[in-house]
Design a protein around this ligand. Structure first.
Ligand code: ZN
Length: 83
């Protein structure tokens, strides 16, 4: 195995984590793809603190109630990668 491929494999190993029913993958643009066991996937942007799931979009729609309230996907990504 070449050094380049080894380095790539290491990066992938650290960029992917399985947490319970979720599979989290760091994407090239810096966002996270969170995929559930049933195949449903959402994109989490930790830098902007956003998620594409319906739960999070509903919170954004009710802005008066939204004050940095994170959905579980944001929490999952933060817990997995912000260490
Ligand atoms: Zn979410």
């Amino acid at each position: 195995m070449s050094e380049r491929i080894q380095a790539h494999a290491r990066r992938r190993a650290t960029a992917q984590k399985a947490r319970g029913d979720y599979h989290i993958e760091l994407q090239e643009d810096g966002t996270f793809r969170v995929e559930k066991a049933d195949g449903t996937a959402y994109v989490v942007n930790l830098a902007e603190e956003t998620c594409t799931c319906p739960d999070f979009r509903q919170r954004l729609a009710r802005r008066e109630a939204y004050a940095g309230v994170w959905c579980k996907h944001l929490h999952l990504c933060a817990a997995s990668f912000l260490r």
